[in-house]
Design a binder for this molecule. Structure first.
Ligand code: ARG
Length: 501
């Protein structure tokens, strides 16, 4: 007789065999179809799929689609290389190429002399230019120079960001994607967005981003190229494939399919590469230190504000949790569960982008500035976490103390203020320190709403110098300096508050 364990294993195999065979059959059918009979090594191609109609996630099936995607796929077929897509943030593409963690990147990336000092480009495959977008009911700005002193929202690391940064006195806030920058404008927190014409047209016409219009168009002429690591072995193949598609008319077909227009004439080489230009901004240590210092100051301010408000909220919640009221209890629990149980990133987006969008769709004019949004989100979180910490501290105080306070005739509030709280606070100091240190690091999330705190300052520098390792290690060290200082200060406080034995 078979061993019982072995038998059950056999049953399992029998039960699953059908499924496994079906799966294998599916793979066998799909594989050759997917690779189009390609025989060469696959190419890993990076893209930032937040830039329709060039690259975006198809809302129905989540697949990466777009003009760039079809074009690259066609180049792969032409040259016999299957394409493996690697979604990356736009400002991470050049560092990824430098690190050779991708073989190429296609992302509506403009060929610039500056970028070509860090990476190589294929021949141009698209002609575009920058435009200024404004709110339909707001003032128009036709030239970049008119944006002096205005608030401009851009996507980090793009040519639009570069143009905006050169407008004197403009307050530029950078976002991880162009849709977020446009949302910032729609919400009334920026006066203009500078980005590529075709992408903006698409956002306004197709994505039905209401309330926005283009006010200045074709402020520059740019050509997109496929980005490749310096001296990449596949550059020649990519160019050969692209040339073949242009010659065979397949390129024109694709262009018409996506833009319902005929493509402009493309030069063999982007003029930008031959224009005299400033050399690649080196990593100036002075500038780095200055920017990190600026970022650190903002990080500290965010931490201090959020911790103060969070502590107040946490104390209020902990006290309410002691109260004999059922309803208050229930509400506190819901609050704590919500803010501890959902990612802070989501809360931040909800408060900063979601709330104004909702209220404005209900015709309520409402905008929230980023400091208020960041401090609100961070404080609400700190309060939720500290409520539990403080509650356990309060409950750890011996019942005898409570009774003694009662016997002395103290009111419940006085009992808390003079007897329980001071002892509880001393006990919860170590977890409080933990929360503070966590908060210092969590402020980096505010970067997503365009806050130039420490991490974003680093990101911004990487976007112009492409020195990812040096800059991020410096950023990490500054955070480390702040967290270790905080932990030392808390240790001191703990020693100071120690009861004499
Ligand atoms: N053409 C602009 C640039 O090269 C913007 C490209 C943005 N692309 C994207 N997938 N987000 O900077």
């Amino acid at each position: 007789m078979a061993h019982p364990l072995r038998r059950s294993l056999h049953e399992h195999i029998r039960r699953w065999r059908g499924w496994v065979l079906a799966l294998l059959a599916m793979v066998a059918v799909v594989l050759p179809a997917g690779s189009g009979g390609a025989s060469g090594a696959p190419w890993r191609v990076g893209t930032d799929p937040t830039f329709p109609p060039f690259e975006y996630r198809n809302a129905q099936n989540g697949a990466i689609s777009g003009f760039d995607i079809d074009l690259m796929q066609a180049i792969g077929e032409e040259t016999g290389h299957p394409i493996q897509w690697v979604p990356l943030p736009f400002d991470g593409l050049i560092p990824a190429l430098q690190a050779r963690s991708v073989d190429a990147a296609i992302s509506a990336m403009t060929i610039t002399a500056q970028r070509s000092r860090a990476i190589d480009f294929s021949r141009p495959y698209f002609k575009a230019g920058q435009a200024i977008v404004v709110r339909a009911n707001g003032p128009a700005y036709e030239q970049l120079a008119q944006l002096q002193g205005r608030r401009i929202a851009v996507q980090i690391g793009t040519t639009g960001a570069l143009e905006a940064s050169q407008v004197p006195g403009a307050k530029v806030s950078s976002f991880d994607s162009t849709p977020l920058a446009l949302q910032e404008l729609a919400n009334g927190n920026a006066d203009a967005v500078v980005s590529d014409v075709p992408a903006i047209l698409y956002a306004i016409d197709q994505a039905k981003l209401t309330g926005l219009r283009i006010s200045g168009e074709h402020l520059s002429t740019e050509f997109y190229g496929i980005a490749l690591p310096m001296n990449s072995p596949i550059t020649a193949d990519v160019n050969r494939g692209l040339d073949a598609l242009i010659r065979s008319g397949r390129y024109v077909d694709l262009y018409r399919e996506w833009f319902a227009a005929d493509p402009a004439d493309l030069p063999e080489r982007a003029p930008a590469l031959d224009a005299a230009s400033s050399p690649l901004a080196g990593l100036d240590l002075h500038v780095l230190a200055l920017n990190l210092l600026k970022g650190a100051a903002i990080t500290l301010m965010l931490t201090a504000l959020s911790f103060s408000f969070g502590l107040m909220g946490g104390i209020a919640l902990a006290v309410l949790l002691q109260a004999p009221w059922r309803l208050a209890h229930g509400l506190c629990r819901v609050y704590i569960d919500f803010f501890r149980g959902t990612p802070m990133l989501v809360q931040l987006f909800l408060i900063y982008f979601g709330l104004p969008a909702l209220l404005q769709s209900m015709e309520v004019p409402f905008t929230i500035n980023r400091l208020a949004a960041a401090v609100t989100a961070l404080s609400l979180n700190v309060a939720a976490y500290l409520a539990e910490t403080l509650r356990s501290g309060i409950e750890s105080i011996d019942r005898g103390q409570w009774e003694a306070a009662d016997a002395l005739g103290l009111s419940p509030l006085e009992r808390m203020r003079f007897v329980i709280a001071p002892q509880a606070l001393r006990r919860v100091l170590p977890p409080l320190a933990n929360e503070f240190i966590t908060l210092i690091k969590d402020t980096s999330l505010a970067a997503v709403i365009g806050f130039d705190e420490l991490f974003r300052q680093g990101q911004l520098m990487v976007a112009t110098t492409y020195r990812a390792f040096e800059i991020y290690i410096a950023v990490a060290l500054v955070y480390l300096l702040m967290t270790t200082t905080a932990s030392l200060l808390f240790k001191r406080l703990e020693a100071r508050w120690q009861l004499p034995a």
